[in-house]
Design a protein around this ligand. Structure first.
Ligand SMILES: [Zn+2]
Ligand SMILES: [Zn+2]
Length: 317
C-alpha cells in the first residue's frame, strides 16, 4: 500500500510503499476511504508535541471499509486499558495506558489501516466519507468541549477552524448563541462563521457586544486564554480544547475572581463519540471540506498551518 509517512519530526511527510498492515487480535483491517487532517497531525509533524514512534503514519479521523463492506470510523482514542481508575470511572479519555491513532498506532494517511474493533464506530448514513471524517476528531473533541460549558448560553469560539465550524452549528442547534473569534484581520473566516449561525464574529482582541458564559479555545495560542477570561461573565468557564498551546501569559487574579474557571479537555470517550455521531445528523452538521490526494498530505498540513482553507481538510487515499 501507499502511505504518507512521518520519518522524522520537523521533516515533510514522504509518500512511499509500505507492506499492508496485518490485523492483530481484536483488530480489523480497513481500506481507507478518507482521513481528516487535524491540528494534532500538524503538531506532530512540526515537533510541537512528542512523537512516540517513528516512522509513523499520521491521521486519526479515518473513514474505512472492512473487507466485509462495513463502513467504520476510527478516532484518536485507539486503545484503553479498561482497569485503571479513570477507565473504571467513565473517564477512559484519561486512561494511563491509552494509545492514540496516528501517534502510537499507525493512522489513516494510507490506503490501508488496522484498528481495534472496540474503538471503531458505525457512521451515520447520508454523510459522505469526506463529510463525516472531520467529525471523528474535531467534531468529537469539540462536542466534549461544548459539553464542558454546561448550559452556557453565550459561547465564544476562539479559532474558527475545523472543530469550531462544526461545533458552531451544533451549539446554535442547541439554542445557544455563538460568538466567533479569529485572527484580527481574518474577515473571510468571520464571514464564514456568520454563515454557520454565529450571531457575532470579530477579532480575538475585541470584546464581544456582551459578556460570555463560556469560551472554547481551539487555537494553540496561550494568550487567547487570558483574552477569553476577560470577556467572561461571572461564573463563566474557559475550556481549552487543544492538545498543545503556547505559554499562557500571567494575568491578574481579578480576571479569575467571581468563580470564573479555566479547564482543559483531553481526548474523547467512546460515549462522547456515540452521542456526537447520533446528534450530528439531527442538526444536521454540514462540514466544509477541502480534499487532498494522499500524495498531497504534506500540502494539506502546510495549508492548515497557513490557514489557507475554511473548515476541514481531508486526505482521500
Ligand atoms: Zn485530532
Ligand atoms: Zn485505563
Amino acid at each position: 500500500m501507499l502511505a504518507a509517512v512521518l520519518d522524522e519530526q520537523g521533516q515533510p511527510l514522504r509518500v512511499r510503499e509500505l507492506p499492508d498492515p496485518e490485523p492483530g487480535p481484536g483488530q480489523i483491517a480497513l481500506s481507507v476511504r478518507a482521513c481528516g487532517v487535524c491540528r494534532t497531525d500538524l503538531h506532530l509533524r512540526d515537533a510541537e508535541i512528542e512523537a512516540t514512534k517513528l516512522p509513523v503514519v499520521l491521521g486519526h479521523q479515518i473513514v474505512g471499509v472492512s473487507d466485509d463492506g462495513e463502513r467504520l470510523g476510527v478516532p484518536w482514542l485507539g486503545y484503553t486499558c479498561g482497569h485503571c481508575k479513570f477507565c473504571r470511572s467513565g473517564r477512559e479519555n484519561l486512561c494511563l495506558e491509552a494509545r492514540f491513532t496516528g501517534r502510537d498506532i499507525d493512522g489513516g494517511f494510507a490506503q490501508r489501516t488496522v484498528a481495534d474493533r472496540r474503538y471503531c464506530f458505525a457512521l451515520p448514513d447520508g454523510l459522505s466519507d469526506e463529510q463525516v471524517a472531520p467529525l471523528l476528531c474535531g467534531g468529537l473533541i469539540g462536542y466534549r468541549a461544548l459539553t464542558m460549558t454546561g448550559d452556557a448560553e453565550r459561547v465564544g469560539l476562539y479559532g474558527f477552524g475545523s472543530a469550531a465550524h462544526m461545533i458552531c452549528q451544533l451549539a446554535v442547534h442547541q439554542g445557544r448563541r455563538v460568538f466567533a473569534f479569529t485572527r484580527p484581520d481574518d474577515t473571510r473566516t468571520q464571514e464564514f462563521a456568520r454563515t454557520l449561525g454565529a450571531e457575532w464574529a470579530g477579532s480575538s482582541l475585541q470584546a464581544p457586544p456582551e459578556p460570555l458564559d463560556a469560551a472554547i479555545i481551539f487555537a494553540a495560542a496561550g494568550p487567547l486564554v487570558v483574552q477569553a477570561l476577560r470577556v467572561l461573565d461571572r461564573g463563566g468557564t474557559v475550556v481549552c480544547a487543544g492538545i498543545h498551546m503556547s505559554e499562557i501569559p500571567a494575568f491578574s487574579y481579578d480576571d479569575l475572581w467571581q468563580e470564573r474557571s479555566i479547564r482543559s479537555v483531553a481526548n474523547l470517550t467512546r460515549t462522547d463519540a456515540e452521542a456526537m455521531l447520533r446528534e450530528a445528523p439531527q442538526v444536521p452538521i454540514r462540514t466544509t471540506v477541502s480534499t487532498y490526494p494522499l500524495a498531497a498530505a504534506e500540502q494539506a498540513l502546510a495549508d492548515l498551518r497557513a490557514g489557507a482553507f475554511e473548515g476541514s481538510a481531508v486526505v482521500v487515499p
